[in-house]
Design a protein around this ligand. Structure first.
Ligand code: NAD
Length: 269
């Protein structure tokens, strides 16, 4: 399907790897110029180089989405380079601060630092980036904002209460904002991921399985798959295609919605 994204300008946050990287490449295949944002510049530059090979313009920008100053500088750079932002994909998000040794844990063992971390990256990241691009979108009466949610934020996930709460906040954020900015022809939607295979998650599962016997490993995978009616785990391209669709005028009459792309893990009416 032609998504008519030729010459649109898209920022994808946290796109140095994983779902964000595949989203950048999918938008680029559809003809959009892409801004590859990551807090790790090397990773962003590598993805931007890949994207350029698809014949579009690509700009790599280091910014921590949780830092308003970083985000404002990034958007200024984008405006100087491209003169507009048509699409913002708020993809950057982390559940716990693994670098600081934090891991998913029971709610009673979580500390304020876990909540601050989840809210800073997942919620304030979305706030900072959206606030920075909206004035131009409102002026031009055109914009697509797509947030990467998680089914954890729709149905709740044990041992991930802070992350679930932050992602759930995005679901309400996009409904409220969609009502506010619809009059400016701006769509605000979310794509909600279930377990999606990325390098980082594969590594995490591998580490968990290291000390397990073969039958235990098999049992772990089977238990996981049972939660997914489609009996498979998501791939980054599944999420990227949904982001591209919601970023396009093909989806022009959809706003304030959350689309779960999770093999049926959550079915919310
Ligand atoms: N992979 C899954 O199973 C899964 C499931 C549900 C939701 N999600 C959501 O999908 C999105 C992408 O997840 P992923 O698994 O592809 O992630 P990932 O960890 O594979 O990649 C995330 C990228 O974002 C960057 N990043 C992290 N924090 C950042 C920040 N503050 N500012 C800028 N860049 C930052 C990282 O450097 C990394 O390159 C996240 O919002 C995540 O919560 C993922």
């Amino acid at each position: 399907m032609d998504l008519y994204l030729k010459d649109k300008v898209a920022i994808v946050t946290g796109s140095g790897e994983g779902i964000g990287r595949t989203t950048v490449l999918t938008l680029a295949e559809e003809g959009a110029h892409v801004v590859v944002n990551d807090c790790d510049l090397d990773k962003a530059e590598n993805v931007a180089e890949e994207a350029k090979k698809l014949g579009i313009k690509a700009l790599a920008v280091r910014a921590n989405v949780a830092d308003k100053k970083d985000v404002d500088e990034m958007v200024k750079k984008v405006m100087d380079e491209f003169g507009k932002v048509d699409i913002l994909i708020n993809n950057a998000g982390r559940s716990v601060n693994r670098e600081a040794g934090r891991t998913p844990r029971p709610f009673v063992e979580t500390e304020k630092e876990d909540w601050d971390y989840a809210f800073d990256v997942c919620l304030y990241g979305v706030f900072n980036c959206t606030k920075a691009v909206l004035p131009d979108m409102i002026k031009r009466k055109y914009g697509k904002i797509v947030n990467m949610v998680s089914d954890a934020g729709r149905v709740g996930e044990p041992f991930m209460v802070s992350y679930s709460t932050a992602k759930g906040g995005i679901v309400v954020f996009q409904k409220a904002l969609a009502k506010e900015v619809g009059r400016y022809n701006i769509n605000v939607n979310g794509v909600s991921a279930g377990y999606t295979k990325t390098e980082k998650l594969d590594q995490f599962v591998k580490e968990k399985q290291e000390k397990m016997s073969e039958p235990k490993k098999k049992e772990m995978l089977e238990t996981m798959l049972k939660q997914y009616p489609l009996q498979r785990l998501g791939e980054t391209i599944d999420l990227a295609r949904a982001c591209a669709f919601l970023s396009s005028d093909v989806a022009r009459h959809i706003t304030g919605q959350t689309l779960s792309v999770s093999g049926g893990y959550s079915m919310v009416s």
